[in-house]
Design a protein around this ligand. Structure first.
Ligand code: C2E
Ligand code: CA
Ligand code: CA
Length: 564
């Protein structure tokens, strides 16, 4: 219904209501007429009967007129009364409609945020404090934003509507369901305090309901949900704060974020430590913006070694945050938050620019590998931006390797392929990182033009004592050979692992055995000791030659020379 429609309807309704008020008077008149009718009827009717039977002179004409007037008044009054009833019913319907519009989410028909708050208060008030309690769940769709961005809002809306229907079906009949905002739903229900497992079961079935693939316009779309749960009887309201719906929703939200950070597609009950976690996160968020302005992100470098010769082949740049508040932070602590905040591209480009600058001091055969977030992969201008960085650092693209994690294969594969092709056209090499942990199929490996595969640490570190890991690493090494793709093994921590890797053929390796990631200055000092800085190399006809390895004794150089 359009806005003018609504206005006209409201004006008509107001007019009718005024008429209805006037007609209460009409009903009064009709009632009085009935009383008078009974009175005059009592006097007139016997006289009429007497006259008809020939015993009397008939009623007084004035009385007859009064009786007829009464009849007319009764008919008039009754009709107005009937109209009045219709008007009142219509008014109720109009009010009901207005209330529904004010209380429900127009897209999904579930309660909206405002009415949900009131409904929770009522639900809490209805609990029998000793025996029952109210549980509140925050339900957030995990990858909805990407679907909206990639497939358009029309499809996004259809999915939200179906999500609401699936959630409603999976909930107990007396539970409340609300769409709190964008892709966030919430529900509330009372439960027996002695059986909170019933709430666990509901949460699990909501997760299952969303996990079922969505078929929209012949597209199969997979979505998961993260859920946070609170229960009214265990929550401690903040000081001087009453335990209200908003407080419960906030705590369920905190638990939901915890679920997001712990792998998504799962549910968690709120616990106090999560609130601390949340506060910590808020400090990180504030610090990240500041850190970007102040250039607090610094590249660290981890050596990459040819495991058969022991020679250094290059470095992987790993991000660190030198935070004035927290000290030196590892990427797992801040990269996911930077991704969510939309800061990752800026941070990454700052880091890459400074790494390119630093790597120019290294011997020119040494490569630089950098990690790229899936968020950056979605940016169609990424390869142009990278080219700009390469040009302004005057760094040869052939020395740069971009590491794309295997989880990106979950992304829009057409776009990933276009990006890889565009990077390779510029001469940059592209490596598939964390191989074995993600979703890439053999056919994707075959069709995506990678230059290298990197076997995930979780497999490599176990090959000396776990037969399964050894079998996986060996078959990845064979796969690489078959596809003509060189292999890097990360996470080499001891000689036993290294020895076994060597038996799998030509492999590049990295790990704590060779050295932990180091700052730019430590890395430069280490390279200087090995004579591997650019200026220290002999220049032959303008070409900077790699260091000369003395293998006249027929011995391979000591691999441990590369250890630090
Ligand atoms: P990754 O790319 O798999 O990097 C390897 C991680 O394993 C590094 O952790 C490294 O310090 C650690 N590592 C290396 N050798 C060993 C070993 O022998 N044993 C053990 N236990 N660990 C080892 P780090 O630096 O904490 O990086 C973690 C992840 O953060 C990286 O995993 C990468 O995915 C991501 N990351 C790092 N820098 C960046 C960046 O600039 N941008 C993006 N988007 N992600 C980054
Ligand atoms: Ca990596
Ligand atoms: Ca890895």
């Amino acid at each position: 219904m359009t806005a003018p429609d609504n206005k006209a309807r409201a004006a008509r309704s107001r007019g009718r209501i005024r008429t209805a008020e006037r007609d209460i008077l009409a009903l009064g008149i009709a009632a009085a007429a009935i009383i008078m009718f009974v009175g005059t009827g009592g006097a007139v009717v016997p006289k009429v009967i007497g006259a008809i039977s020939g015993y009397g002179i008939g009623p007084d004409i004035a009385l007859v007129n009064a009786l007829l007037l009464n009849v007319a008044l009764i008919i008039f009054g009754w009709r107005r009364y009937d109209e009045l009833r219709t008007e009142v019913a219509e008014r109720r319907r109009a009010e009901e409609h207005a209330r529904m519009l004010a209380e429900t989410d127009p897209l999904t028909g579930t309660l909206n945020r405002r009415s949900f708050g009131f409904a929770i208060d009522e639900l809490v008030a209805a609990t029998d404090k000793g025996a029952s309690s109210t549980a509140i769940m925050m339900i957030d769709l995990d990858n909805f934003k990407q679907i909206n961005d990639r497939r358009g809002h029309g499809i996004g809306d259809l999915i939200l509507v179906e999500c609401a229907e699936r959630l409603a079906r999976a909930l107990p009949a007396d539970a409340l369901l609300s769409r709190i905002g964008g892709d966030e739903f919430a529900c509330a229900m009372n439960f027996d305090r002695t059986g909170p497992e019933s709430i666990d079961r509901v949460a699990a079935s909501l997760i299952d309901a969303i996990r079922e693939p969505f078929m929209v316009q012949d597209l199969r779309i997979d979505i998961t949900a993260s859920i946070g749960i609170t229960r009214a009887d265990v929550l401690k309201p903040a000081k001087n704060d009453k335990l209200d719906a908003q407080h419960m929703l906030d705590m369920a939200d905190v638990a939901m974020y915890h679920a997001k950070r712990n792998g998504r597609n799962s549910y968690f009950w709120f616990e106090d430590f999560m609130a601390d976690e949340m506060r910590f996160r808020e400090r990180i968020e504030a610090g990240l913006r500041q850190g970007l302005e102040n250039g607090e992100f610094v590249p660290y470098y981890e050596r990459q070694i040819d495991v058969s010769t022991g020679e250094v082949t290059g470095f992987e740049m790993l991000a660190r945050w030198q935070s004035p508040e927290f000290g030196l932070l590892l990427p797992d602590m801040f990269i996911p938050i930077a991704e969510e905040m939309g800061l990752i591209s800026d941070i990454s480009e700052q880091l890459i620019a400074s790494a390119l600058d630093e790597a120019r001091h290294w011997a020119p055969h040494l490569t630089l590998a950098v990690n790229i977030s899936p968020v950056q992969l979605r940016d169609q201008w990424f390869s142009q931006r990278l080219l700009k960085l390469l040009v302004s650092a005057n760094f040869p693209p052939g020395r740069l390797e971009i590491e794309i994690t295997e989880s990106c294969m979950h992304e829009d594969i057409v776009q990933v392929r276009a990006l890889i092709a565009s990077l390779r056209n510029q001469g940059v090499r592209v490596c598939l990182d964390d191989f074995g942990t993600g979703y890439s199929s053999l056919s994707q490996l075959h069709t995506l033009p990678f230059d290298r595969i990197k076997i995930d640490r979780s497999f490599v570190s176990g090959i000396d004592h776990c037969q399964d890991s050894a079998a996986i690493v060996e078959s990845i090494a064979m796969l690489g050979k078959g596809l003509g793709l060189p292999i890097t093994a990360e996470g080499i921590e001891n000689d036993a692992v290294l020895d076994q890797l060597r038996s799998f053929g030509e492999i590049r390796g990295q790990g704590y055995l060779y050295g932990k990631p180091r700052s730019a200055s430590e890395t430069r000092a280490w390279l200087a000791d090995l004579g591997l800085l650019a200026s220290e190399e002999k220049s032959v006809g303008g070409i900077i030659a790699p260091p000369v390895v003395d293998d006249t004794k027929g011995e391979k150089p000591d691999p441990m020379a590369a250890r630090g």
